[in-house]
Design a protein around this ligand. Structure first.
Ligand SMILES: *Cc1c(COP(=O)(O)O)cnc(C)c1O
Length: 370
């Protein structure tokens, strides 16, 4: 039996709710969408939530709604899923890659400041896109301070971080716009799916228009205001998400306990220097548990060997500079490439048992002690 890296947590009730929506015939816009938007806004503690068809769609719409485009540049962390930078490239702007903090794997505020101070263009810096990688909060206090000092928007890529917090406030609600993903690899899933949140009513209105062909319903009927695309979430997907939301905090608690157990059990290996452990940062939602192997270990070989032991593992995330699709890099990058090469994501989901964790730790320990 293979211990999966992650596993969606969908109850029979949730499946029945989806079936009800499908039987109703109201497949696209409907009451489940409206209810899920309201419930998510209440959960996050923000004014508006706009559901969309994926996390990538959310990032794309956020940049469109802020009128970011050609001749603009957006600061992104090196260590992330490429969708962060792809969204910037898709609107015709330039992603400016900044190194991450080795402790949190998120945007380094110090490096961010350094890149902004030495920026020579020709593009105009318009926004910062911190990524709360694996559910770990980026340093939003410093990032917001830097954004304010330089007149930049903040778009949080909270794709992995629904339910995670920074200083008691939900991630996604600390910048101008927050973006979430409901892909099956995230803690709450609708298959494909995503959402944006904002406290700015005008931005919310623009986002609603942009996800729906640039159209608004007015007293005289449908009116088209700007060319746009279709990024709507279906009504039955919203039903699936709605049924998971009340359980999310409990799931995050369980994931935190498992991450803590991993760290305790892996401590002896960490002490030998063969790997380093993630920090148990407050507010982390533990979408992924990733350790960093030392230079002696062949990470890719270890992924294959773990598979033989019935453990699915994988690299954690990509390094944008290492992929090399986004043009020249403004600074020397150290930690993004290192995490990309040596990061090892281990199984983590709510239904994982303590003995599963023990099995993973034992298998990994045997492989890297050789
Ligand atoms: C998953 C993820 C995305 C993309 O979300 P999709 O719903 O798969 O489009 C973007 N950014 C980060 C950091 C992610 O982890």
């Amino acid at each position: 039996m293979m211990l999966k890296l992650s596993q969606p947590n969908i109850s029979e009730e949730a499946i029945a709710a989806v079936a009800d929506v499908i039987r109703s015939g109201q497949l696209v816009h409907g009451t489940e969408n409206e209810a899920f938007e309201k419930e998510l806004a209440a959960y996050l503690g923000c004014e508006d939530v706009v559901l969309v068809s994926s996390g990538t769609a959310a990032l794309h719409l956020a940049l469109l709604a802020l009128d970011i485009g050609p001749n603009d540049a957006v600061l992104v962390p090196d260590f992330t899923f490429p969708a962060t930078a792809n969204a910037v490239a898709l609107v015709g702007a330039r992603p400016v890659i900044v190194d991450v903090d080795p402790n949190t794997y998120t945007l380094s505020a110090r490096q961010l400041e350094a890149v902004i101070q030495t920026w020579k263009g020709p593009e105009r810096l318009r926004a910062i896109m911190p990524v709360h990688e694996f559910g770990c909060p980026a340093d939003m206090q410093e990032i917001n301070r830097i954004a304010k000092a330089h007149g930049l928007f903040v778009v949080e890529d909270a794709a992995c971080a629904l339910g995670a917090t920074f200083q008691g406030r939900k991630l996604g609600t600390l910048g101008d716009i927050g973006c979430f993903s409901f892909h099956p690899r995230k803690t709450l899933t609708t298959g494909e799916g995503g959402a944006l949140c904002t406290n700015d009513a005008e931005l919310a209105r623009r986002l609603r228009r942009l996800r729906n062909h640039g159209m608004e319903r007015t007293a005289s009927g449908m009116q088209f205001f700007e060319p746009a695309t279709n990024y709507r979430l279906t009504n039955f997907q919203a039903a699936l998400g709605r049924h998971q939301l009340p359980q999310l905090d409990g799931w995050i608690e369980r994931r935190s306990a498992l991450a803590k157990a991993y760290c305790e059990l892996l401590q002896p290996l960490a002490q030998t220097g063969r790997l380093s452990l993630p920090s148990l940062i407050p507010g982390h939602s533990w979408q992924t548990f990733m350790v960093v192997l030392d230079g002696l270990a062949d990470r890719n070989a270890i992924i294959l060997q773990l598979r033989n032991e019935g453990v699915e593992a994988n690299l954690g995330a990509q390094s944008l500079s290492s992929i090399g699709l986004y043009g020249p890099v403004a600074q020397d990058l150290k930690y993004g490439p290192l995490l990309y090469q040596h990061g090892l994501a281990l199984p983590l989901f709510e239904k994982l048992s303590l003995s599963d964790v023990q099995h993973v730790v034992k298998a990994l320990g045997t492989l890297i002690s050789i």
